[in-house]
Ligand binder design. Structure first.
Ligand SMILES: [Fe+2]
Length: 278
């Protein structure tokens, strides 16, 4: 390590006074970790001041383009952070929320007709069961919110050809914790744009911007931690190359031929939610 840089790191660490007015000792400890990693990165890359300020200008552009979260996602930081937040219990893992949740859609029936009759696509039933991660017992009355793109990979809020709140729904689980959703298989999509700072970076890195087909859902119940997760489909060729690394095995489910409905597919979900405060 360069001796001058090392001295600067020590001085930057020492500059944080625990007994200074307004000092937050916990924040100081975390910032010290960040300082050590940033200085180590400068050492390893031998970054000059000009290069450092180029990075600062680039980050400013990412912020102006509202793609800081996308940057976290494409670096795998979001999925890593979600993994670190797991309690290690039986609860279904959280997955990326994405930019398009809408919790204020009106509550409808259970079963939920998420896709209208004339929505094009492979018909799909999602049959779910919500249970307590601690006891394994069914959780009656949980609220489930779902949102997904159409078969072409477009969400209603970015597509003028779709009606408001198309392929979005909210329902309440029955007494046995069960719910049913009648919908279509969503299409995958390309996330972000090629000409943004993050888009240009991804191209230069030889990265794709492909998202594997998925359905977003959220489960809410008083006394339980809110679960936000996703459903992916077994065998989809985009699963291994999903650009935000969110296709974790626990969330990839088989879509089987429906035993009761011709030409339909059936996905069965076992959802375990964690009591609050665990
Ligand atoms: Fe999505």
């Amino acid at each position: 390590m360069n001796q001058a840089a090392n001295t600067t790191l020590v001085r930057a660490l020492d500059a944080m006074c625990a007994d200074a007015s307004g000092a937050d000792v916990a924040l100081q400890a975390k910032f010290a970790v960040a300082l050590r990693h940033f200085h180590a990165m400068l050492d390893e890359l031998q970054l000059t001041d000009a290069e450092l300020y180029r990075i600062a200008d680039w980050l400013k552009r990412v912020a102006q383009e509202d793609e800081l979260v996308m940057l976290c996602d494409m670096m795998g930081l979001t999925m890593h952070a979600l993994d670190l937040a797991r309690s290690g219990g039986e609860a279904t893992a959280q997955n990326v929320t994405g930019p398009f949740p809408k919790d204020n859609v009106p509550e409808g029936n259970n079963p939920c007709q998420l896709a209208s009759q004339d929505e094009p696509g492979q018909r799909l039933e999602v049959r779910g069961q919500v249970r307590d991660a601690a006891t394994g017992r069914a959780v009656p009355g949980a609220q489930v919110i779902l949102w997904q793109p159409n078969q072409y990979g477009r969400y209603e809020n970015e597509d003028d050809s779709q009606s408001a709140d198309n392929l979005r729904g909210k329902l309440r689980c029955d007494e046995a914790g069960g719910f049913r959703v009648y919908t279509i298989r969503p299409g995958g999509y390309i996330v972000g744009r090629e000409d943004t700072a993050v888009g240009v970076l991804m191209k230069a890195l030889g990265r794709n911007r492909e998202r594997a087909p998925h359905i977003h859902y959220r489960v809410l119940h008083p006394g339980y931690q809110t679960l936000t997760s996703q459903i992916y489909f077994e065998g989809d060729p985009a699963n291994p190359v999903d650009c935000i690394f969110s296709t974790i095995p626990d969330h990839i489910v088989p879509a089987q031929p429906h035993p009761e409905r011709d030409d339909w597919q059936l996905v069965t979900l076992d959802i375990a939610i964690e009591p609050a405060g665990q």
